[in-house]
Design a protein around this ligand. Structure first.
Ligand SMILES: [Mg+2]
Length: 279
């Protein structure tokens, strides 16, 4: 984290810190003994009866304290992947993390439990965020109108595209709620996010999962490199998204068994999987 701040020059940091980091230590989790990993992966968090203990909270807090020691208090720091914890455990963690001034705790329970998110938001001094698995604007309206979360984070590539994500941002703005953007993809989708973010007043930060992928920015041409420069991406003034495909590099990194611009009938069948329920 310190390197990302000081060497890369990032202006917002996010870390994963879940109960699995400490659950191997005795006394950190209260957990029904007959819940195994398979069952945990089949049921939403509130249905499992898993709660963190004081010892577990203290151990998790040590990680956050160490990160804040390394990066300081000035830079925004967000947190994700808490694990299958109950509502009260999340509230207790939110209180324990208060002194570290986290920007948000993300997807602490599945997004569709509006009332439970509202309960967490009302009682946790650490802000709550959700949105990366939500399709279209309407579910965001429910969350924003009830102020069940402090911040939202749609994924432009799955929420409905540039215009829909812009509408989601505008909707949240009306309720005084800022919008971060979830993103884990190619520079093409990244630039779609950049254009949307640049036109949305309540934009906070754009996620990126490819900071350690050396060929990521080589997938496109005709844009100034590095694309991410000291934590910022310049908005292109060239046509379209502002990038062109680098066909050679694209071909080098296709998924196995997939051709370049070949038909994709495997996507013709409607599929869905809500990661929120199980992660
Ligand atoms: Mg996430």
């Amino acid at each position: 984290m310190k390197e990302r701040k000081e060497v890369m020059g990032l202006t917002w940091l996010k870390m994963d810190l879940g109960i699995e980091m400490v659950s191997d230590t005795p006394g950190t989790v209260t957990n029904p003994s007959d819940i195994n990993q398979w069952q945990a992966n089949q049921l939403p968090h509130p249905l499992l009866g898993m709660e963190v203990t004081d010892k577990g909270i203290a151990m998790l807090e040590q990680y956050v304290a160490a990160v804040r020691d390394a990066v300081g208090m000035e830079i925004p720091l967000s947190m994700d992947h808490f694990g299958h914890l109950g509502v009260k455990s999340i509230i207790r963690l939110g209180k324990a993390y208060e002194k570290y001034n986290l920007s948000w705790m993300e997807d602490v329970i599945p997004w569709m439990y509006t009332d439970l998110l509202k309960q967490i938001s009302d009682q946790s001094p650490t802000p709550i965020l959700t949105g990366e698995d939500i399709y279209l604007k309407e579910p965001f309206r429910v969350l924003c109108e009830s102020h069940a979360v402090s911040k939202i984070q749609p994924d432009l590539a799955t929420a409905g595209g540039i215009l829909e994500t812009h509408k989601i941002g505008d909707l949240a703005e009306e309720h005084g709620i800022p919008m971060a953007l979830h993103f884990a993809g190619t520079p093409i989708s990244c630039m779609a996010n950049v254009h949307c973010a640049a036109a949305t007043r309540n934009f906070l930060a754009l996620e990126n999962h490819s900071l350690d992928v050396p060929w990521w920015q080589d997938l496109v041409n005709e844009i100034d490199k590095p694309i991410i420069n000291r934590g910022y991406i310049a908005v292109p003034d060239t046509p379209g998204l502002g990038v062109t495909l680098n066909d050679d590099v694209m071909r080098q990194h296709l998924a196995s068994g997939v051709g370049y611009f070949e038909p994709t009938p495997m996507w013709d069948t409607k599929q869905s999987f809500d990661d929120q329920l199980f992660s």
